[in-house]
Design a protein around this ligand. Structure first.
Ligand SMILES: [Zn+2]
Length: 253
């Protein structure tokens, strides 16, 4: 149906998957891990109007890809979607946190200068740092927090800042993820998989499996499954309003 954050370029057999994902999903946002990957993937994935490729520089590899920072900033005017960007404050990446922060700050600034973008942002163990930068920089851009795992207070702050949230089956397996989602407005939630880095038992989650979150949302939202699906489709339409996917795609996706 919709996968608002996946790494489709990193699945084995990505090219074979492309037409299947395009047919099965209403919309898929492919986030990339570096600007060079964005350039290459945008070329290879061209021709599928419901698969969009976002320009990114993944915070976990900020140091390795620091040389592509200027390329990232120079590509922003050409990209509608930006991701995966953000900050990861986990112990493994703590050493590069000021570099990550500085790249994110520059990226958000450049997005504003370019008139505002739709951004998919990583904030693991760094929710407050990310929200500080969003608060400081984002006026025209729309921020979608991917797999948000901060506290309920931080989730409230993110809502107050106008953030959206992309939520996947893996996030909803945990009690913290479910309580965050229960606290969020239903009109700011989109499905995601973060595949192939998340799994369903042992196989990577596929982009069309993001819809599995609907089963968890039914009891949380207290509305029937069809209404949950409709809400999510309306959310996507509201976010990307200038591109009318509803007209181009059947209601069954
Ligand atoms: Zn990701």
């Amino acid at each position: 149906m919709i996968d608002f954050h996946c790494h489709l370029d990193l699945y084995p057999d990505a090219l074979k998957l492309l037409p299947i994902v395009s047919a099965r999903n209403l919309f898929t946002l492919v986030v990339t891990t570096s600007p060079k990957a964005w350039l290459a993937t945008s070329n290879v994935f061209a021709g599928y109007e419901n698969i969009k490729v976002a320009l990114g520089l993944h915070p976990e590899i900020a140091e390795q890809k620091a040389g592509e920072r200027l390329l990232l900033l120079s590509c922003i005017p050409k990209a509608k979607y930006i991701g995966e960007i953000g900050i990861d404050g986990s112990p493994k990446y703590k050493e590069t946190i000021s570099l990550q922060e500085s790249i994110l700050n520059d990226t958000l600034t450049e997005c504003e200068r370019a008139g505002g973008k739709i951004l998919s942002i990583h904030s693991r163990n760094a929710s407050s740092r990310v929200l500080d930068l969003v608060e400081k920089n984002c006026r025209k851009s729309t921020v979608v927090l991917h797999w948000f795992s901060g506290s309920l207070t931080e989730a409230q702050r993110a809502q107050d800042l106008g953030c959206w949230f992309s939520v996947g089956p893996a996030m909803l397996r945990g009690a913290n993820g479910r309580s965050i989602v229960a606290s969020l407005p239903i009109n700011k939630i989109l499905p995601e998989t973060d595949g192939p880095f998340t799994t369903n038992r042992s196989a990577p989650l596929m982009p069309w499996e993001a819809i599995d979150i609907v089963n968890t949302l039914v009891p949380i939202w207290g509305i029937p499954k069809e209404d949950v699906i409709l809400q999510i489709r309306n959310n996507l339409a509201a976010l990307i309003s200038e591109e009318n996917f509803q007209q181009n795609h059947s209601d069954t996706k």
